[in-house]
Design a protein around this ligand. Structure first.
Ligand code: NAI
Length: 341
Protein backbone atom coordinates (compact mmCIF):
# COMPACT_ATOMS: atom_id res chain seq x y z
CA UNK A 1 0.00 0.00 0.00
CA UNK A 2 1.12 3.54 -0.77
CA UNK A 3 2.32 5.00 2.56
CA UNK A 4 0.98 8.44 1.84
CA UNK A 5 -2.56 7.28 1.02
CA UNK A 6 -5.19 8.11 3.60
CA UNK A 7 -7.04 5.05 4.86
CA UNK A 8 -10.80 5.09 4.26
CA UNK A 9 -12.52 3.66 7.30
CA UNK A 10 -16.06 2.79 8.33
CA UNK A 11 -17.34 2.51 11.88
CA UNK A 12 -19.91 -0.05 12.98
CA UNK A 13 -21.76 0.63 16.22
CA UNK A 14 -22.30 4.15 17.54
CA UNK A 15 -23.14 3.46 21.17
CA UNK A 16 -21.30 4.44 24.34
CA UNK A 17 -17.82 3.74 22.95
CA UNK A 18 -18.50 3.79 19.20
CA UNK A 19 -19.23 7.52 19.34
CA UNK A 20 -15.87 8.17 20.97
CA UNK A 21 -14.00 6.15 18.34
CA UNK A 22 -15.99 7.93 15.62
CA UNK A 23 -15.04 11.35 16.99
CA UNK A 24 -11.37 10.35 17.08
CA UNK A 25 -11.46 8.88 13.58
CA UNK A 26 -13.20 11.93 12.18
CA UNK A 27 -10.63 14.48 13.23
CA UNK A 28 -7.78 13.21 15.40
CA UNK A 29 -6.21 10.19 13.70
CA UNK A 30 -3.53 11.03 11.16
CA UNK A 31 -3.80 9.00 7.97
CA UNK A 32 -7.43 7.95 8.44
CA UNK A 33 -10.65 9.33 7.02
CA UNK A 34 -14.03 8.30 8.44
CA UNK A 35 -16.14 7.87 5.30
CA UNK A 36 -18.99 5.65 6.52
CA UNK A 37 -20.92 4.63 9.63
CA UNK A 38 -23.30 1.76 10.32
CA UNK A 39 -25.94 1.26 12.99
CA UNK A 40 -29.36 -0.40 13.00
CA UNK A 41 -30.69 2.60 14.97
CA UNK A 42 -31.78 5.64 12.89
CA UNK A 43 -31.08 8.00 15.80
CA UNK A 44 -27.44 6.91 15.91
CA UNK A 45 -27.03 7.46 12.17
CA UNK A 46 -28.60 10.90 12.55
CA UNK A 47 -26.01 11.68 15.21
CA UNK A 48 -23.20 10.59 12.86
CA UNK A 49 -24.64 12.81 10.12
CA UNK A 50 -25.39 15.87 12.28
CA UNK A 51 -22.53 15.85 14.78
CA UNK A 52 -19.72 14.50 12.59
CA UNK A 53 -20.92 14.95 9.00
CA UNK A 54 -20.08 11.32 8.18
CA UNK A 55 -20.84 11.24 4.44
CA UNK A 56 -22.19 7.68 4.02
CA UNK A 57 -24.62 6.03 6.44
CA UNK A 58 -25.74 2.41 6.46
CA UNK A 59 -28.35 0.55 8.49
CA UNK A 60 -26.98 -2.74 7.18
CA UNK A 61 -23.46 -4.05 7.85
CA UNK A 62 -23.07 -5.89 4.51
CA UNK A 63 -23.97 -2.66 2.73
CA UNK A 64 -21.22 -0.82 4.59
CA UNK A 65 -18.74 -3.57 3.67
CA UNK A 66 -19.69 -3.06 0.02
CA UNK A 67 -18.90 0.68 0.21
CA UNK A 68 -16.59 1.52 -2.67
CA UNK A 69 -12.96 1.99 -1.66
CA UNK A 70 -13.37 1.17 2.04
CA UNK A 71 -10.03 -0.03 3.52
CA UNK A 72 -10.85 -0.85 7.15
CA UNK A 73 -13.74 -1.27 9.59
CA UNK A 74 -13.94 -0.45 13.28
CA UNK A 75 -16.33 -2.78 15.09
CA UNK A 76 -17.73 -1.26 18.28
CA UNK A 77 -20.73 -3.54 18.48
CA UNK A 78 -22.10 -5.90 21.15
CA UNK A 79 -19.51 -8.56 21.94
CA UNK A 80 -21.75 -11.41 20.80
CA UNK A 81 -21.52 -10.03 17.22
CA UNK A 82 -17.73 -9.63 17.06
CA UNK A 83 -16.59 -12.98 15.58
CA UNK A 84 -19.11 -13.09 12.74
CA UNK A 85 -18.58 -9.42 11.87
CA UNK A 86 -14.78 -9.82 11.84
CA UNK A 87 -15.04 -12.83 9.54
CA UNK A 88 -17.40 -10.99 7.19
CA UNK A 89 -15.04 -8.01 7.06
CA UNK A 90 -12.02 -10.19 6.27
CA UNK A 91 -13.95 -11.97 3.53
CA UNK A 92 -14.78 -8.55 2.09
CA UNK A 93 -11.04 -7.70 2.09
CA UNK A 94 -11.08 -5.13 4.92
CA UNK A 95 -8.60 -4.57 7.75
CA UNK A 96 -10.39 -4.91 11.10
CA UNK A 97 -10.15 -3.16 14.42
CA UNK A 98 -12.62 -4.75 16.87
CA UNK A 99 -13.38 -3.83 20.43
CA UNK A 100 -12.59 -6.28 23.23
CA UNK A 101 -13.28 -9.05 23.95
CA UNK A 102 -12.77 -10.96 20.70
CA UNK A 103 -15.59 -13.34 21.56
CA UNK A 104 -17.40 -15.08 24.39
CA UNK A 105 -16.76 -18.45 22.77
CA UNK A 106 -13.41 -20.17 22.20
CA UNK A 107 -14.44 -21.97 19.04
CA UNK A 108 -15.46 -18.61 17.53
CA UNK A 109 -12.00 -17.21 18.41
CA UNK A 110 -10.45 -20.10 16.49
CA UNK A 111 -12.71 -19.49 13.49
CA UNK A 112 -11.63 -15.83 13.43
CA UNK A 113 -7.94 -16.81 13.62
CA UNK A 114 -8.40 -19.34 10.81
CA UNK A 115 -10.08 -16.71 8.61
CA UNK A 116 -7.36 -14.16 9.42
CA UNK A 117 -4.71 -16.73 8.42
CA UNK A 118 -6.38 -16.89 4.99
CA UNK A 119 -5.85 -13.12 4.58
CA UNK A 120 -2.27 -12.45 5.74
CA UNK A 121 -2.28 -9.09 3.96
CA UNK A 122 -5.09 -7.84 6.24
CA UNK A 123 -4.51 -6.60 9.80
CA UNK A 124 -6.81 -7.53 12.68
CA UNK A 125 -6.47 -6.02 16.14
CA UNK A 126 -8.64 -6.38 19.23
CA UNK A 127 -8.83 -3.22 21.35
CA UNK A 128 -7.00 -3.90 24.59
CA UNK A 129 -6.66 -0.19 25.14
CA UNK A 130 -4.59 -0.30 28.32
CA UNK A 131 -1.54 -1.54 26.42
CA UNK A 132 -1.53 1.88 24.73
CA UNK A 133 -1.72 3.92 27.95
CA UNK A 134 1.48 5.86 28.67
CA UNK A 135 1.74 4.64 32.29
CA UNK A 136 1.24 0.98 31.38
CA UNK A 137 3.73 1.38 28.53
CA UNK A 138 6.24 2.83 31.00
CA UNK A 139 5.66 -0.08 33.39
CA UNK A 140 6.18 -2.57 30.56
CA UNK A 141 9.42 -0.91 29.46
CA UNK A 142 10.76 -0.73 33.02
CA UNK A 143 10.04 -4.45 33.46
CA UNK A 144 11.92 -5.17 30.22
CA UNK A 145 14.86 -3.13 31.58
CA UNK A 146 14.91 -5.28 34.74
CA UNK A 147 13.76 -2.50 37.08
CA UNK A 148 11.89 -4.90 39.40
CA UNK A 149 13.93 -8.05 38.76
CA UNK A 150 11.81 -11.00 37.66
CA UNK A 151 8.09 -10.10 37.77
CA UNK A 152 6.11 -12.94 39.34
CA UNK A 153 2.79 -11.46 40.49
CA UNK A 154 0.19 -9.07 39.10
CA UNK A 155 -2.81 -7.65 40.94
CA UNK A 156 -5.13 -5.83 38.60
CA UNK A 157 -8.57 -4.34 39.06
CA UNK A 158 -11.27 -2.78 36.89
CA UNK A 159 -13.79 -1.05 39.09
CA UNK A 160 -16.55 1.05 37.57
CA UNK A 161 -18.31 3.88 39.34
CA UNK A 162 -21.73 2.81 40.54
CA UNK A 163 -24.33 3.61 37.90
CA UNK A 164 -27.75 3.77 39.55
CA UNK A 165 -29.39 3.53 36.07
CA UNK A 166 -27.94 0.02 35.79
CA UNK A 167 -26.84 0.29 32.11
CA UNK A 168 -24.55 -2.65 32.71
CA UNK A 169 -27.41 -4.87 33.90
CA UNK A 170 -29.00 -4.69 30.45
CA UNK A 171 -25.49 -4.88 28.97
CA UNK A 172 -24.87 -8.17 30.84
CA UNK A 173 -27.19 -9.90 28.36
CA UNK A 174 -24.48 -9.69 25.68
CA UNK A 175 -21.28 -8.85 27.59
CA UNK A 176 -20.48 -12.34 28.90
CA UNK A 177 -20.50 -11.21 32.52
CA UNK A 178 -18.11 -9.24 34.68
CA UNK A 179 -14.97 -11.29 34.03
CA UNK A 180 -15.24 -11.40 30.22
CA UNK A 181 -16.38 -7.77 30.09
CA UNK A 182 -14.11 -6.10 32.67
CA UNK A 183 -11.40 -8.49 33.90
CA UNK A 184 -10.51 -9.42 30.33
CA UNK A 185 -8.49 -6.15 30.33
CA UNK A 186 -6.65 -7.23 33.49
CA UNK A 187 -6.09 -10.72 32.10
CA UNK A 188 -4.49 -9.25 28.99
CA UNK A 189 -2.34 -6.92 31.10
CA UNK A 190 -1.20 -9.75 33.38
CA UNK A 191 -0.16 -11.92 30.43
CA UNK A 192 1.65 -9.00 28.77
CA UNK A 193 3.43 -7.78 31.90
CA UNK A 194 4.40 -11.30 33.06
CA UNK A 195 5.82 -12.30 29.65
CA UNK A 196 2.94 -14.45 28.31
CA UNK A 197 3.06 -17.34 30.79
CA UNK A 198 0.73 -20.32 30.24
CA UNK A 199 -2.31 -20.36 32.56
CA UNK A 200 -2.91 -23.65 34.37
CA UNK A 201 -5.66 -23.07 36.94
CA UNK A 202 -8.15 -20.38 37.94
CA UNK A 203 -10.56 -19.85 40.78
CA UNK A 204 -13.23 -17.13 40.85
CA UNK A 205 -15.91 -15.94 43.20
CA UNK A 206 -18.29 -13.02 43.39
CA UNK A 207 -21.22 -11.32 45.02
CA UNK A 208 -24.22 -9.14 44.16
CA UNK A 209 -23.62 -6.30 46.61
CA UNK A 210 -26.25 -3.98 45.10
CA UNK A 211 -27.65 -5.29 41.80
CA UNK A 212 -29.70 -8.39 42.60
CA UNK A 213 -31.24 -8.15 39.11
CA UNK A 214 -27.95 -9.45 37.67
CA UNK A 215 -29.08 -12.87 38.82
CA UNK A 216 -31.10 -13.30 35.60
CA UNK A 217 -27.77 -13.32 33.71
CA UNK A 218 -25.95 -15.39 36.40
CA UNK A 219 -23.69 -12.38 36.85
CA UNK A 220 -22.29 -10.52 39.87
CA UNK A 221 -21.53 -6.85 40.52
CA UNK A 222 -18.26 -7.62 42.35
CA UNK A 223 -15.95 -10.47 41.35
CA UNK A 224 -12.52 -11.70 42.46
CA UNK A 225 -10.27 -14.28 40.86
CA UNK A 226 -6.88 -15.97 41.04
CA UNK A 227 -5.03 -17.23 37.98
CA UNK A 228 -2.01 -19.51 38.37
CA UNK A 229 0.51 -19.81 35.56
CA UNK A 230 2.80 -22.74 34.77
CA UNK A 231 6.08 -21.22 35.92
CA UNK A 232 4.87 -20.17 39.37
CA UNK A 233 3.64 -16.76 38.24
CA UNK A 234 0.36 -15.52 39.67
CA UNK A 235 -2.34 -12.99 38.88
CA UNK A 236 -5.24 -11.82 41.00
CA UNK A 237 -8.15 -9.81 39.64
CA UNK A 238 -10.92 -7.69 41.07
CA UNK A 239 -13.81 -6.27 39.06
CA UNK A 240 -16.63 -4.11 40.40
CA UNK A 241 -19.66 -2.18 39.18
CA UNK A 242 -20.30 -0.44 42.47
CA UNK A 243 -17.50 2.00 43.31
CA UNK A 244 -18.74 5.13 45.08
CA UNK A 245 -15.81 7.39 44.18
CA UNK A 246 -15.28 6.91 40.43
CA UNK A 247 -13.75 4.59 37.87
CA UNK A 248 -10.86 2.91 39.67
CA UNK A 249 -8.55 0.91 37.41
CA UNK A 250 -5.21 0.00 38.99
CA UNK A 251 -2.48 -2.57 38.54
CA UNK A 252 0.41 -3.67 40.72
CA UNK A 253 3.30 -5.75 39.40
CA UNK A 254 5.59 -7.36 41.97
CA UNK A 255 9.03 -8.63 41.04
CA UNK A 256 12.01 -10.15 42.84
CA UNK A 257 13.61 -6.69 43.12
CA UNK A 258 10.72 -4.26 43.37
CA UNK A 259 7.13 -3.34 42.63
CA UNK A 260 5.41 -1.09 40.10
CA UNK A 261 1.96 0.37 40.61
CA UNK A 262 -0.16 2.02 37.92
CA UNK A 263 -3.11 4.18 38.92
CA UNK A 264 -3.29 3.66 42.69
CA UNK A 265 -5.12 6.98 42.95
CA UNK A 266 -7.62 7.32 40.06
CA UNK A 267 -7.33 11.11 40.22
CA UNK A 268 -9.37 13.25 37.85
CA UNK A 269 -6.52 15.73 37.45
CA UNK A 270 -3.73 17.30 39.49
CA UNK A 271 -6.04 19.41 41.67
CA UNK A 272 -5.96 18.71 45.40
CA UNK A 273 -8.68 20.08 47.66
CA UNK A 274 -7.77 20.95 51.24
CA UNK A 275 -10.65 21.96 53.51
CA UNK A 276 -12.29 21.17 56.84
CA UNK A 277 -12.61 17.50 55.78
CA UNK A 278 -8.91 17.05 55.02
CA UNK A 279 -6.94 16.83 51.76
CA UNK A 280 -8.41 14.98 48.80
CA UNK A 281 -8.83 14.82 45.02
CA UNK A 282 -11.74 13.99 42.75
CA UNK A 283 -11.67 10.84 40.57
CA UNK A 284 -12.26 10.04 36.90
CA UNK A 285 -15.93 9.12 36.42
CA UNK A 286 -15.53 6.44 33.74
CA UNK A 287 -13.10 4.33 31.73
CA UNK A 288 -13.22 6.86 28.94
CA UNK A 289 -11.78 9.80 30.90
CA UNK A 290 -9.12 7.48 32.32
CA UNK A 291 -8.07 6.10 28.92
CA UNK A 292 -8.97 8.97 26.59
CA UNK A 293 -5.39 9.38 25.32
CA UNK A 294 -4.87 5.63 25.09
CA UNK A 295 -7.96 5.20 22.88
CA UNK A 296 -6.43 7.67 20.43
CA UNK A 297 -2.96 6.07 20.57
CA UNK A 298 -4.51 2.62 20.07
CA UNK A 299 -6.37 3.63 16.92
CA UNK A 300 -3.42 5.65 15.59
CA UNK A 301 -1.13 2.63 16.12
CA UNK A 302 -3.53 0.40 14.20
CA UNK A 303 -3.88 2.86 11.30
CA UNK A 304 -0.12 3.39 11.21
CA UNK A 305 0.52 -0.37 11.16
CA UNK A 306 -1.65 -0.70 8.05
CA UNK A 307 -0.22 2.31 6.24
CA UNK A 308 3.41 1.50 7.03
CA UNK A 309 2.99 -2.27 6.95
CA UNK A 310 4.18 -2.66 10.52
CA UNK A 311 3.64 -5.80 12.57
CA UNK A 312 1.08 -5.49 15.35
CA UNK A 313 2.41 -6.46 18.78
CA UNK A 314 -1.10 -7.26 20.03
CA UNK A 315 -2.19 -10.43 18.23
CA UNK A 316 -5.32 -12.53 17.78
CA UNK A 317 -3.59 -15.21 19.86
CA UNK A 318 -3.41 -12.71 22.74
CA UNK A 319 -7.11 -11.95 22.38
CA UNK A 320 -7.99 -15.64 22.20
CA UNK A 321 -5.99 -16.39 25.31
CA UNK A 322 -7.71 -13.56 27.20
CA UNK A 323 -11.10 -15.01 26.22
CA UNK A 324 -9.97 -18.53 27.21
CA UNK A 325 -9.01 -17.36 30.70
CA UNK A 326 -12.14 -15.19 30.98
CA UNK A 327 -14.38 -18.15 30.13
CA UNK A 328 -12.59 -20.27 32.75
CA UNK A 329 -13.20 -17.54 35.36
CA UNK A 330 -16.89 -17.51 34.52
CA UNK A 331 -17.04 -21.31 34.72
CA UNK A 332 -15.37 -21.19 38.12
CA UNK A 333 -17.76 -18.49 39.35
CA UNK A 334 -20.76 -20.60 38.32
CA UNK A 335 -19.43 -23.97 39.49
CA UNK A 336 -17.74 -22.61 42.64
CA UNK A 337 -14.81 -24.91 41.76
CA UNK A 338 -11.28 -24.28 40.49
CA UNK A 339 -11.00 -24.74 36.73
CA UNK A 340 -7.96 -26.35 35.09
CA UNK A 341 -6.79 -24.91 31.78
P1 NAI B 1 -23.45 -0.03 23.29
O1 NAI B 1 -24.57 -0.98 23.56
O2 NAI B 1 -23.50 1.33 23.86
O3 NAI B 1 -23.27 0.11 21.70
C1 NAI B 1 -23.42 -0.96 20.81
C2 NAI B 1 -23.63 -0.40 19.41
O4 NAI B 1 -23.74 -1.47 18.46
C3 NAI B 1 -24.91 0.44 19.25
O5 NAI B 1 -24.59 1.56 18.50
C4 NAI B 1 -25.83 -0.47 18.47
O6 NAI B 1 -26.78 0.24 17.70
C5 NAI B 1 -24.83 -1.18 17.57
N1 NAI B 1 -25.32 -2.43 16.99
C6 NAI B 1 -26.08 -3.38 17.57
N2 NAI B 1 -26.33 -4.37 16.69
C7 NAI B 1 -25.70 -4.04 15.52
C8 NAI B 1 -25.57 -4.65 14.26
N3 NAI B 1 -26.14 -5.83 13.99
N4 NAI B 1 -24.85 -4.02 13.31
C9 NAI B 1 -24.25 -2.85 13.56
N5 NAI B 1 -24.33 -2.21 14.75
C10 NAI B 1 -25.04 -2.81 15.73
O7 NAI B 1 -22.13 -0.80 23.74
P2 NAI B 1 -20.67 -0.20 24.06
O8 NAI B 1 -20.53 0.07 25.51
O9 NAI B 1 -20.34 0.89 23.12
O10 NAI B 1 -19.77 -1.49 23.79
C11 NAI B 1 -19.50 -1.94 22.47
C12 NAI B 1 -18.26 -2.85 22.52
O11 NAI B 1 -17.17 -2.10 23.04
C13 NAI B 1 -18.42 -4.08 23.43
O12 NAI B 1 -17.81 -5.18 22.81
C14 NAI B 1 -17.65 -3.70 24.69
O13 NAI B 1 -17.06 -4.83 25.34
C15 NAI B 1 -16.58 -2.78 24.14
N6 NAI B 1 -16.13 -1.78 25.13
C16 NAI B 1 -14.79 -1.64 25.33
C17 NAI B 1 -14.31 -0.77 26.28
C18 NAI B 1 -12.85 -0.62 26.49
O14 NAI B 1 -12.44 -0.18 27.56
N7 NAI B 1 -12.02 -0.93 25.51
C19 NAI B 1 -15.23 0.04 27.10
C20 NAI B 1 -16.63 -0.11 26.74
C21 NAI B 1 -17.05 -1.01 25.80
Amino acid sequence: MNHSRTLKVGIVGLGRLGRRHAENLMSRVAGAELVAACSPLPAELEWARDALQVPHLYADYQALLAHDGLDAVFLVTPTSLHPQQIIQALQAGKHVFCEKPLSLDLEDCRLVSAEAARHPQLKVMIGFVRRFDASYQDAYEKIQQGAIGAPFMVYSQTCDQHDPDGFFVKFAATSGGIFLDCSVHDIDLARWLLGNPRPVRVYASGTRAIHQDLQQFQDVDNGVAICEFDNGKLATFYASRTMAHGHDTMTEITGTAGRLTVGSNPRKNRLEIADAHGVRNECVPSFFERFEDAFLTEVSTFVDAIRRQRKLVLTLDDATEATRIGIALRESLLSKQPVLL
